[in-house]
Ligand binder design. Structure first.
Ligand SMILES: [Zn+2]
Length: 418
């Protein structure tokens, strides 16, 4: 069989030969005919050249500029690693420092940056922003951070933002949020949900100075010092994978231990999300600290509630008014000498402190001048239960199975860099 391209060339050659051969040529018309065919060949060559140039332009557009990416997302994120601090100490090797306009600054290290009005003073200079980059990492108050770090004046202190490649950020994050020594499938699940959460917040806060807090307000991130091989392997094995719903990256909330049932998102944040409905989870039952107790002085509870605008004095009882299907308290009543006040349990937990009242599934009883809180679970309860996920991984489930269990109806997508 003749290859297609050979067939095309063969037909073209045959056609040209036939055209030339079919013309009756007399001497009188030789010159004219030759001239005619010369012009015709020139026009054909010009036409071919224009086509060639057009084709080149198209190819340049496709390969140099690139096709429109599907679900294009930038792959660096900005994390606030220090907020409202008076000064930061920067150290490291082969550091390059620039100001807000990109001009290189000749400063020595260690470098202490301080707020000075609306500017930053460091090394005898005053600039609007200090941008430090390193081929390795920069130490901020002793902690290592990759990428580029920007120091600016904000509020009453300094704001330090670390701009970092998303995948590198995740390697450092793993051991802040769980332990990389846990079964690999749960570490991979954590990598996917942390990536999804980060990208969702990146889009939601795209017009703000930074995308993520480095605390439990978003995801805990303490830099690169606690990176290790297993964390890197879990991130690499799930590279660019995110949870999606209807083609969009989801708000992948997670928590430590649900205590028996995860929570629907609207019961915590008045935010109804179809993939955060709450599921039964018996897997975290045997986890350490699943049950907790804390004793608080009655006076202290009263002052915390008054700080939140609730008028209480001489608390007699705190009792649940109603509970959600998960067992967590929806609303509670605080009875005191000045009457009763009602509040959502999530508000009570916020006022008392998230680390003190570890979940809203609790009982409270008076013990003399103190209140004893006995609770179940740890965290808001929405999305993936980390200790439950760990148990599922130990029972042989894959990270994909674990994710589909805690986020019903989600898909696994892959982001495309632009
Ligand atoms: Zn659980």
């Amino acid at each position: 069989m003749i290859p297609v391209s050979a067939q095309v060339r063969s037909v073209q050659r045959t056609s040209v030969a036939a055209e030339c051969g079919s013309q009756p040529v007399s001497d009188k018309y030789v010159d004219f005919t030759i001239l005619f065919w010369s012009y015709r060949q020139v026009w054909k060559r010009l036409f071919a050249m224009v086509n060639y140039l057009l084709l080149c332009s198209l190819l340049m557009t496709l390969f140099v500029i690139g096709p429109e990416p599907v679900n294009a997302l930038p792959l660096t994120i900005r994390v606030a690693v220090q907020k409202q601090v008076a000064a930061v100490r920067l150290t490291g090797e082969r550091l390059q420092v620039r100001d807000e306009k990109g001009a290189v600054l000749d400063v020595g290290f260690p470098l202490v940056a301080r707020r000075s009005g609306n500017s930053v003073s460091a090394g005898g200079m005053r600039v609007k922003a200090l941008k430090v980059s390193s081929p390795g990492y920069l130490r901020i108050n002793g902690k290592g951070y990759r990428g580029t770090t920007e120091v600016t004046a904000s509020g009453k202190g300094l704001l330090v933002i670390n701009e970092i490649d998303l995948e590198e950020y995740l390697v450092g994050l793993i051991n802040c949020e769980i332990s990389s020594r846990w079964p690999m499938e749960v570490v991979k699940a954590q990598a996917v949900i942390a990536r999804s959460y980060a990208l969702f917040q990146r889009e939601a806060r795209k017009n703000q100075p930074f995308h993520l807090e480095s605390t439990v307000m978003d995801q805990v991130y303490n830099g690169c010092d606690i990176e290790d091989g297993r964390a890197a392997a879990a991130v690499a094995a799930t590279r660019h994978e995110v949870l999606t719903y209807n083609g969009r990256v989801v708000q992948a909330f997670f928590h430590s231990r649900c205590g028996g049932h995860t929570e629907a998102s609207e019961n915590v944040w008045s935010l109804t999300l179809p993939y955060l409905r709450g599921v039964s989870c018996t897997y975290c039952a045997g986890s350490p600290s699943s049950k907790w107790e804390v004793s608080l002085a009655r006076n202290k509870v009263e002052s915390l509630l008054r700080a939140g605008g609730y008028q209480v004095r001489g608390i007699r009882e705190i009792r649940p008014v109603n509970r959600y299907q998960s067992g967590r308290i929806a609303d509670l009543e605080v009875q005191s000498d000045v009457g009763s006040v009602f509040m959502p349990a999530v508000v009570f937990r916020k006022l008392a402190g998230y680390a003190v009242i570890r979940s809203t599934d609790f009982e409270a009883r008076m013990m003399g001048d103190s209140l004893l809180f006995s609770g179940n679970g740890n965290g808001h309860g929405v999305g993936l239960c980390q200790w439950g996920a760990r148990q599922q991984a130990e029972e042989g489930r894959s990270y994909r199975e674990i994710l589909s269990y805690y986020y019903p109806g989600v898909g696994l997508g892959r982001i495309v860099a632009d």
